[in-house]
Design a protein around this ligand. Structure first.
Ligand code: DAH
Length: 358
C-alpha cells in the first residue's frame, strides 16, 4: 500500500475535505430549482467522476485504520446525498404539479350567461298579423315614411281645406315649394294603397303594408306621436263586402281566439265607400260589459271599407269591372288588447321591466 495518491483527487484522509464536500453539496442542492439542475448536481457529486465517488475510490490507497474511519464516513455521506437527491426530485415533481394545477382551466365549465334578447311586443304582434294575411295570399310591401301630401291626402280624396284633414294631425316637413309644404311624415299607411295600385297596371292586388306613422299629438294612454299600422288592400273582379268581412273575421279569430264574433259599424273615411269600423265581441267579459270594452261588449279594432270607385278610376283601373276592399289597423292597439296593456306609452319608454314580460 505504498501507492502515491493521485494529486487530482481530493485528500481522502482529510476529514476537512469530506466536511467541505458535504456542506457544499447540501447548499448547492438547496439552490437546485429544476430536474436538469438536479441531474447536473448528481453527476457532480455522485456520478462516475463525481467528487464523492472519487473519494470513495481513493479509499483503497489509505492505510487500513484510516480507510475504515474515512470509508465509514464517506459511505454515510453517499447514502445521505442519494437520499437527498430522491427527496429533492420528489419535491420538484410536487411543486411542478402544484403549478400546473394552479394554472389548470376547466374548459368544460359553462361561460358566464349572456343576457338573452327578445322581440319587442309590437314586433311580435306585427309578425303574427302579417303571417295571418300572408297565409291568405297577401303580399307584404313597404312604402316611405316621408310622404307627399299628394299620396297621404290628395289622392285619397282628402283635399286641402277639407274638414276630413282634421282627422289626422300632421307633422309637416320644413320644405317649401311654390309657397306650400308638400311633404310630411305620413299620418297613416293608406297612401300605399295608391302607390301599390300605380305600380300594378292591372288587378289583382292583394297586399298588406306595415310601417310607422306619425301624428302631431299630445300623448296619453291611447295616443302616441308615432305608432305602427298595417294597411290592407285587395282589388279584383267581383270583390264584395262579404270578402272583406270573411277576411277580417278570419284574422280576428286567428289573433283573438276561434270563438270571436265580428261586426261592422258605419264609419267615415274619405277613401272608402261604404266605410266602417270592425268590432269584435269582448274576449274578456264575453260580451257582458267590462272596463276593456267600456261596458259595451264590443271592441273596435280597425277601420275598413270598399275602395272608393273614384280612387280606382284615378289610378287607371276600370271601376265598372274592378272592386276592392281596404283596411287599416294600429298594431299597438292589437297588442294592448292581446296582452291587457293599459297605456300605449309603455311600448316606447324603454323600460325593460315592462318589455321583459313579453
Ligand atoms: N288610415 C286610417 C287611419 O289611419 C285607417 C283606415 C280606415 C285604413 C279605413 C283603411 C280604411 O284602409 O279603409 O285612421
Amino acid at each position: 500500500m505504498a501507492a502515491t495518491p493521485d494529486p487530482a483527487l481530493p485528500m481522502p484522509s482529510d476529514n476537512e475535505s469530506l466536511t467541505q464536500i458535504e456542506s457544499q453539496a447540501l447548499s448547492e442542492l438547496d439552490a437546485v430549482a429544476n430536474d436538469d439542475a438536479l441531474e447536473r448536481w448528481r453527476v457532480a457529486y455522485l456520478g462516475r467522476r463525481g467528487r464523492l465517488t472519487l473519494v470513495l475510490r481513493g479509499l483503497a490507497d489509505l492505510p487500513i485504520e484510516e480507510r475504515r474511519r474515512v470509508g465509514a464516513r464517506a459511505n454515510r455521506l453517499k447514502q445521505q446525498l442519494e437520499a437527498s437527491v430522491e427527496e429533492k426530485r420528489a419535491r420538484l415533481a410536487q411543486s411542478a404539479g402544484e403549478a400546473l394545477n394552479a394554472e389548470r382551466i376547466d374548459v368544460t365549465l359553462p361561460g358566464p350567461p349572456l343576457p338573452r334578447g327578445r322581440l319587442h311586443p309590437t314586433t311580435q304582434t306585427l309578425r303574427d298579423v302579417l303571417d295571418c294575411f300572408v297565409s291568405m295570399g297577401f303580399q307584404v310591401v313597404e312604402g316611405p315614411e316621408i310622404e307627399w301630401d299628394h299620396y297621404n291626402f290628395e289622392a285619397l280624396r282628402i283635399p286641402r281645406d277639407h274638414p276630413a284633414r282634421d282627422m289626422w294631425d300632421t307633422l309637416w316637413i320644413d320644405y317649401e315649394k311654390d309657397g306650400e309644404r308638400p311633404m310630411l311624415l305620413r299620418t297613416h299607411t293608406s297612401p300605399n294603397q295608391i302607390r301599390v295600385m300605380e305600380q300594378t297596371p292591372e288587378p289583382p292586388v292583394r297586399v298588406v303594408v306595415p310601417g310607422k306613422v306619425y301624428r302631431y299629438e299630445a300623448t296619453d294612454p291611447t295616443h302616441e306621436w308615432m305608432h305602427i299600422q298595417v294597411e290592407g288592400l285587395a282589388v279584383d273582379e267581383g270583390i264584395s263586402l262579404a270578402d272583406l268581412k270573411g277576411t277580417l273575421a278570419d284574422f280576428a279569430r286567428r289573433i283573438f281566439g276561434p270563438d270571436r264574433k265580428v261586426a261592422f259599424r258605419c264609419d267615415y273615411f274619405p277613401f272608402v265607400e261604404p266605410g266602417m269600423e270592425l268590432r269584435i265581441d269582448c274576449f274578456l267579459c264575453g260580451g257582458e260589459g267590462c272596463r276593456t270594452c267600456s261596458h259595451s261588449g264590443w271592441i273596435e279594432i280597425l277601420g275598413a271599407g270598399m275602395v272608393h270607385p273614384e280612387i280606382l278610376d284615378a289610378v287607371g283601373y276600370d271601376s265598372e269591372r274592378y272592386t276592392g276592399f281596404a283596411f287599416g289597423m294600429g298594431i299597438e292597439r292589437i297588442a294592448m288588447l292581446r296582452h291587457g296593456i293599459e297605456d300605449i306609452r309603455l311600448f316606447y319608454s324603454n323600460d325593460l321591466r315592462f318589455l321583459r314580460q313579453f
